[in-house]
Every structure is written in C-alpha cells, then in structure tokens.
Design a protein around this ligand. Structure first.
Ligand code: HEC
Length: 133
C-alpha cells in the first residue's frame, strides 16, 4: 500500500499553515472539509495531545470508535481506565464539556465550553480515522 504524495501533502496542510509555510488562503480554495475543527484541535488540544504520539495526553488519531483508554503505551489514570466501552460523538461531547462527568478523577484538566467548538473538534477527530483519512 502506497500513500499518495498529494494526500500526504493535504493532511500535512494544517501543520504547514500553523508554521507559516503555506498561506492560510489555501483553505479558501476549499480543500479540507473540517478546517474549523482542525484549527481548534491545533489551538486547544495540541498543547497536550497529538494525532500520532502520546504526549501529556494520549494520541488521538482514530479516537472516535476507539475503546476508552486504549492508546498503546499511554499511562491512563485509574479513573479513565474504569470507563467501559468506546468513544462515540455523544460521549466525547460530554467529555469535552466536563471530563470529570465521564471519569471522576481523570487527569484531563481541560474543557471546551462552546458547544459549536465541541462539535467541530469531534467532527475533525472523526475525520482522522484509524488508518488515515
Ligand atoms: C492540559 C492538557 C490537555 C488538554 C489541553 C487536552 N487534553 Fe485531552 N487528555 C489529557 C490527559 C492528561 C488525558 C488522559 C486522562 C486520564 O488518563 O485520566 C486526556 C485524555 C483525552 C481523551 C481520552 C482518550 C482515550 O484514549 O481514551 C480524549 C478523547 C481527549 N483527551 C480529547 C481532547 C481534546 C479533543 C482536546 C482539545 C479540545 C483535549 N483533549 C485537550 C490532557 C489534555
């Protein structure tokens, strides 16, 4: 299986824009559908998370549909480990509004008060898929 260089470039776009290598106007040509969510992910989540690697928080690529607390090699809190089942949009919505309401005692000390922002970020996370886009 080969990864197309064009798709590789498109998926690298948010990063390239963030570091200023590609002008933001590229978005205006309508490339990715979830640019608002991607931008939010970068500004709100990237401090602790990345799509590809565990950092302060676990890696998040493909988290929608993934079993809770299952990123390989990440040391979850007992609070999150005790949560059964998978992440779906409804559970993520609750989580981003108030992580303690999903897993009392979790170490994620962050929430997104805006419903519109939660929705956009969840859509973005869903678009990242477990095996690429
Ligand atoms: C201040 C650091 C911080 C920020 C900012 C942050 N997180 Fe987290 N996140 C964490 C930590 C730490 C955990 C692990 C929690 C635990 O083990 O109790 C976590 C866990 C998660 C999980 C559970 C993943 C799994 O594998 O079960 C999701 C989903 C998540 N974060 C989404 C987000 C999103 C989306 C954002 C941005 C809107 C965000 N987080 C911002 C620190 C952060």
């Amino acid at each position: 299986m080969q990864r197309s260089p064009v798709r590789g470039f498109v998926s690298a776009l948010p990063l390239l824009i963030a570091v200023g290598l590609v002008p933001g106007s590229v978005w205006a040509q309508g490339v990715p559908p979830s640019s608002a969510g991607a931008t939010l992910f970068e500004s709100k989540c990237l401090a602790c998370h990345s799509l590809e690697a565990n950092r302060i928080g676990p890696m998040l690529r493909g988290v929608v549909g993934r079993k809770v607390a299952s990123a390989a090699g990440y040391e979850y809190s007992d609070a999150l480990r005790r949560v059964k089942g998978q992440w779906d949009a409804a559970r993520l919505e609750k989580w981003l509004q108030d992580p303690q309401s999903v897993a009392a005692g979790t170490r994620m000390a962050f929430s997104l008060p805006s419903a519109a922002e939660r929705k956009a970020v969840i859509q973005y996370l869903a678009s990242t898929g477990a095996t690429g886009r």
